[in-house]
Design a protein around this ligand. Sequence first.
Ligand SMILES: Cc1cc2nc3c(=O)[nH]c(=O)nc-3n(C[C@H](O)[C@H](O)[C@H](O)COP(=O)(O)OP(=O)(O)OC[C@H]3O[C@@H](n4cnc5c(N)ncnc54)[C@H](O)[C@@H]3O)c2cc1C
Length: 319
Amino acid sequence: MFPAKLNELNLDIKENVSLASFTTFQIGGVCPCLITCKTSDEVSQVVRILREDDILFIFMGGGSNLLVSDDGIDCVVVRYLSPASQIELKGNDLKVGASTLIDDLVCFAAAKGLAGLNYCSGIPGTVGGAIVGNAGAFGKQIGDVLVSAELLDKEGNLKEVVNEDLAFQYRGSALKTSYDIVLSVTFRLGPANKEQLFDERKEILNLRHVKHPDYKEHPCAGSFFRNIAKTSDAGQRQAAGWFLDKAGAKDLKVGGAGVYKKHANIIINENKATAQDVYSLSRKMAARVKQEFDLDLVREVLCVGYIEGAEEDSASIVW
Ligand SMILES: Cc1cc2nc3c(=O)[nH]c(=O)nc-3n(C[C@H](O)[C@H](O)[C@H](O)COP(=O)(O)OP(=O)(O)OC[C@H]3O[C@@H](n4cnc5c(N)ncnc54)[C@H](O)[C@@H]3O)c2cc1C
């Protein structure tokens, strides 16, 4: 299935592996080959080899924003994630490997007395995934503090881009359509008191604990739908969860999938749910909101592989 040259790189390569073990939903069928890369050099080499041999692949980080088909996916999956942080401190700037876990980066910044990323406390996944989706919370997002990023494009070229090139917007960036791989990122942070940063982090984690499920106990992918665009210049985005709650979505269930009791926008894998259960439940939730409020909810979680009725997001992320 994969070129022998890959073996020479001494990477973690798993064949015929279930993707359920690599997504926070704990859902997903088998892929023929999963290659885990920890450093930007490893990713660059793997991508070059796969491209040379015209082998299709999709790219993932922590799998915390993905719903993977029960049938799996019939191509190589390259996973860019490192349990050991890849962070270089340069004054108030941090150069970070995109395989670093976002929450590890938050802790590193706080320990160095640097502010600007604390609101990302407790968000699962990698820095790369967070940049692509402009992850954030409490009205702040990671794109606000990014100075530049090192990318790998489909032709295997390395390029350095600055903040404006990435066109950050609510839960999105230009990377959602260019599909360039984020290798590393530089953030510019400001000096702050370490203790205050850790106190604030503690408060944020407490807040999250009250509202959000721990995905290890209640497998999920965070908010399933995007918040609703503001309806007036003075307004802010309105929480999709509010509309879902009012429309009675918390009582809905399909197969092993249910809605988290403390947050109506979070679908959880309660009991061996399939991707199809989750997707069908999401349609029922959206139908309730349409019926009650005449609003069309837009999915935030990405669908990978064939799920009946779903537009397949991974069709466009296959390299
Ligand atoms: C319990 C829970 C709470 C959550 N809370 C929040 C929250 O508060 N705010 C928020 O914004 N999100 C939240 N999320 C969603 C999720 O954690 C984020 O979207 C996260 O940034 C996804 O990162 P990932 O590494 O898991 O990406 P993945 O899910 O693996 O991938 C997502 C997309 O990014 C692409 N991608 C990943 N890495 C790279 C890279 N290096 N280069 C190019 N493309 C890449 C993939 O191809 C895919 O298209 C939550 C999820 C869970 C489970």
